[in-house]
Design a protein around this ligand. Structure first.
Ligand code: AHR
Length: 660
């Protein structure tokens, strides 16, 4: 560090003032491009936690649409003569309801769905109502579909109505489009039987916006999927997280149940419905409507490598000390077969059993799966001994597939220290590290990967987030420290090949875990400061790391480096140099950015700076104020051939992009 000297800092209203700061000389070695930054470097971790799937990304608006929750009418109100039956057309979802005469011309029969924290509809948008129905005793039955405002004080609760005629004794799918004229985040869907003398059976009652992501009928919420796509994620990990393990093996995520006809995918219990007693959601289940086909399809559409994680024969180790809760090592065959079949489902040609199913579902071409994770954040010898046979089988059948193992739930310590050498011995391709850690940890880990073995497995920072003060919020300071820490991922791109912040999504009324990257309610999406950090890295990842020094030493964020963290890359496709700097200190800092090794005729001419900053470290983006913290970009010209001086404000993450 240079000796402190007064520097000029611009302040509001164009008044300049003298501040005491430090000059920091950052030297970018332009002629020594180093490690390639993998296209997978910055990606997404998806888990159905916080109502991320049903009630979130998956655009279905009806809860318990197949009447298969253990309390079959959960989420539904019923009036008049409604009976539950269990011999429906879908073998794995056999329940349905029968609407029959209420017994008096002034009475009504029907059902009403509460949606996920309400049914959120927007004025002028189209919603596709669909239902499987029949008139079991013959005749022509009619139902009226209504969107109602349960809190209405007006003349009419129903603000949109449509009629449907059920004209067959056989089960058929019926559809009608609703187009509300008003916006209501908390409407309900009501269905009236309007022909009391003709009994009607209803199954798989569904309501989707017509305008889903890419227009898919069994689709994703467009605003949320668009927010994911705008991150340009290199990898998309799914379906979790702990839901891969389940509270018990019965409730683990079973991908085979999540594919095929959507009406016939069996319900699964979501472990997050009871994981935290203080955030208890008894109506949290997995319809599997967002299943593995949809995950693969979404990965493809947002330009990510798909990365499925499968159960290794262990249920959640936090919740099961007893080894009987897990699969015995000699009984893993069907779990291993699940992994092999999944690869066939993703990549197999259409003459194979699972490749055929993929084609039947609308995707004859391979999904080009390259990675598979076996086990979530498992630990101990019980993990290693189960992973081994999986690896042998996958390597034998699919040697081209990269296998990801786990280093357990901790960023360091006993479990971690045991597993890393085991993973190296097993020759997994990548090791999935998890770290939800406080501010102090993130501040101290700038050099975490500097000394990792360059010849061992690569790192997948598969779940991480700064859990700041009170661990509660997505406040700016947490995002800033994530940005600072990520300079170390980038500088070590020869070791770190993937990184995914976690968790990804949370419903403001239904979360179990925070912070999260994107929040949403029934109508809106909020990108947090952490989202913008991820996006800034992803959009500016460049192609190769460039050596960088701060006052002649490697930049590690260590003491004596003025709270500065930095990395530099070149984008060989555009020729740009990109320098990322996080100033975690309370002081403005002068940066003297120098470009060493330019060719004779080369010179830096111009650039842009994008900053993410907030004077209030506790500030966060909210539904009401989604733009409290957003990146701001400006451009500049560079007069000197090979250097540029600027001041980075306190508590700021900045991306400087230089053109030659
Ligand atoms: O991201 C939330 C949880 O954190 C994940 O399900 C689990 O893998 C980790 O413990």
């Amino acid at each position: 560090m240079n000796i402190k000297k007064p520097i000029l800092a611009s302040v509001a209203l164009g008044v300049s003032t003298m501040l005491w700061g430090a000059t920091n000389e950052l030297v970018v070695q332009t002629n020594k491009p180093g490690a390639e930054i993998q296209p997978t470097m910055y990606g997404l971790f998806f888990e159905d936690i916080n109502y991320a799937a049903d009630g979130g990304l998956y655009a279905e608006m009806v809860k318990n649409r197949s009447f298969e929750f253990p309390q079959n009418m959960m989420g539904w109100r019923q009036f008049g003569n409604v009976t539950l039956k269990d011999d429906g057309p879908f073998e794995r979802n056999p329940h349905y309801v029968r609407l029959a005469s209420p017994g008096h011309r002034h009475k009504h029969t029907g059902i009403e769905n509460e949606g996920f924290f309400g049914v959120g509809v927007k004025a002028g948008e189209e919603y596709r109502f669909s239902v499987w129905a029949r008139t079991p005793e013959g005749g022509e039955g009619k139902i009226r579909i209504e969107l109602i405002d349960p809190a209405s004080n007006g003349e009419n609760q129903a603000f949109e109505k449509k009629n449907l005629t059920i004209d067959s004794k056989e089960w058929k799918k019926y559809e009608v489009t609703l187009t509300p004229k008003v916006t209501d985040p908390k409407a309900r869907l009501r269905i009236f039987l309007t022909t009391p003398d003709v009994t009607v059976d209803l199954e798989h009652v569904s309501l989707f916006p017509v305008d889903t992501w890419k227009g898919h009928q069994n689709g994703m919420r467009k605003d949320i999927a668009t927010a994911l796509a705008e991150l340009k994620p290199g990898v998309f990990r799914f379906p979790g997280g702990c839901i891969v393990e389940g509270t018990d093996l019965e409730t683990r995520y079973q991908w085979k149940n999540s594919v095929g006809q959507v009406e016939n995918r069996p319900l699964n219990e979501n472990r997050w419905h009871y994981t935290f007693a203080h955030r208890f959601y008894p109506d949290y289940y997995q319809s599997y409507g967002l299943g593995f086909f949809e995950f693969f399809q979404l990965s493809e559409e947002i330009g990510s490598e798909p990365l499925p994680i499968l159960n290794v024969g262990l249920s959640c180790q936090y919740q099961n000390n007893d080894m009987h809760a897990h699969v015995a090592v000699d009984s893993l065959d069907c779990y291993i077969q699940d992994a092999l079949d999944l690869i066939e489902f993703a990549n197999g040609d259409t003459t194979t059993t699972w490749g055929r199913l993929r084609a039947d579902m609308g995707h004859p071409a391979s999904f080009n799966l390259k990675f598979i994770g076996i086990g979530n954040e498992q630990w101990g010898p019980e993990y290693v001994e189960r992973l081994k046979p999986f690896m042998a089988a996958i390597r034998k059948a699919y040697p081209e597939i990269k296998i990801i193992g786990s280093s357990g739930p901790d960023s360091e310590g006993k479990k971690f220290d045991y597993l890393w050498p085991e993973m190296t011995n097993l020759k997994v391709d990548l090791v999935d590290e998890h770290f939800y850690r406080p501010e102090s940890w993130f501040l101290s880990q700038g050099a975490r990967y500097d000394n990792y073995d360059r010849k061992g497995p690569k790192v997948f920072a598969g779940e991480y987030a700064c859990h700041g003060k009170g661990k509660k919020y997505n406040h700016f300071n947490a995002a800033l420290l994530e940005a600072a820490f990520m300079t170390g991922l980038e500088r070590n791109a020869d070791v770190v090949e993937m990184a995914t912040y976690a968790p990804l999504l949370a419903h403001v009324e239904g979360w179990q875990w925070r912070p999260d990257m994107i929040w949403f309610d029934n109508l809106n999406t909020v990108k947090t400061a952490s989202y913008y950090v991820q996006q800034l890295y992803s959009l500016n990842k460049g192609t190769n790391v460039l050596p960088l020094t701060l006052d002649k030493k490697p930049v590690t964020g260590a003491e004596g480096q003025n709270g500065l963290f930095a990395s530099a890359v070149v984008d060989k496709t555009t020729g740009e140099y990109i320098v990322k700097v996080a100033n975690t200190s309370d002081e403005p800092q002068e940066l003297d950015i120098k470009f060493a090794g330019l060719k004779k005729k080369e010179s830096i001419t111009s650039g842009s700076v994008t900053t993410l900053s907030s004077a209030d470290l506790n500030l966060e983006n909210t539904i009401e104020h989604p733009d409290n913290i957003v990146p701001v970009t400006s451009t500049f010209t560079v007069d000197s051939r090979d250097s540029w001086t600027t001041t980075i404000a306190p508590k700021t993450f900045a991306i400087y992009k230089f053109k030659k």
